[in-house]
Design a protein around this ligand. Structure first.
Ligand code: CNA
Length: 247
């Protein structure tokens, strides 16, 4: 007898096989198994750092040292490696089952895993820009400095190229996202609590054009008939999906 999860996996695989264009929306939960804490899970960053005190550009400019206490935990991503879930998504893209990924993550692990078409909706921690003269620095150069990295040209503060809560989504990320959404009839929503707008509106945009949703999460956001909900660890579920899909 098949388990419920196995039935749902088969349903998901059949949707993936039928789909003309599948895309993915990923969040911090896809990288927890690579050792990077997410925001909202138990023990996540927001249980220790208040988002409004640590997650805004205003806070960063007011008290950069304080915001760096939180950023330091994320800078550890320089050593993080993609997990089997990231690798499976890259394989799905290579095999033609995934047109691209819109990620809210700033850790570049999808690209490290080999995914080619990745939109970084909230920017990336891979580089830093001087708040005064706009000089750009790679993360490797910055992480060798102490906390509060400064520009070697003008000594002003460096800001990571991530999108804080009070900043706009970079226009290029927006247009790439809407290019990807165009014509998508299936969206995999993985490891996100879907609480941060405008990224959180992507599932309903895809649904509004007749698209279906497959959700992968430890504690799913979509319930009932709105989505195929694969509840569990991203890496385990993606590995199973990929195995059946790429038989
Ligand atoms: P979130 O609000 O912390 O939600 C994470 C979701 O993932 C939750 O629903 C969890 O249940 C789920 N989850 C956790 N672990 C797993 C797992 N192993 N398998 C499946 N599901 C899991 O994070 P969101 O991405 O929704 O919020 C968007 C923020 C988080 C963006 O601005 C990111 O920049 C930011 N962020 C990114 C990183 C990163 O780049 N790795 C880390 C922390 C925060």
């Amino acid at each position: 007898m098949r388990t419920v999860l196995t039935d749902l996996l088969s349903e998901a695989v059949s949707l993936l096989k039928k789909s003309r264009k599948t895309i993915a929306l990923t969040g911090a939960g896809v990288s927890t198994e690579s050792g990077i804490p997410d925001f909202r899970s138990k023990g996540g960053l927001w249980s220790r750092f208040d988002p409004m005190e640590y997650g805004t550009l205003g806070a960063f400019k007011r008290d950069p040292g304080k915001v760096w206490q939180m950023l330091t935990e994320l800078v550890s991503i320089i050593d993080a490696e993609p997990n089997i879930g990231h690798l499976s998504m890259a394989e799905m893209e290579k095999a033609g089952f995934l047109a691209g990924i819109i990620t809210q993550n700033i850790d570049s692990l999808h690209q490290k895993a080999g995914s080619k078409n990745v939109v970084e909706f909230h920017g990336s921690l891979d580089s830093f820009t001087c708040l005064y003269c706009d000089s750009s620095y790679p993360l490797a150069a910055v992480s060798q400095q102490d906390m509060l990295p400064t520009c070697t040209q003008c000594q002003a503060l460096l800001k990571p190229d991530i999108v804080f809560f009070d900043e706009q989504i970079p226009p290029a990320a927006f247009s790439q996202t809407y290019d990807l959404i165009h014509g998508a009839d299936l969206l995999i929503v993985a490891g996100t609590s879907c609480q941060v707008v405008p990224a959180a509106t992507i599932p309903s945009t895809v649904q509004a054009q007749g698209g279906k949703i497959i959700e992968i999460n430890l504690e799913p956001v979509f319930r009932g008939g709105e989505a195929i909900v694969l509840q569990g660890k991203f890496s385990e579920i993606m590995e199973q999906l990929q195995a059946v899909l790429l038989l």
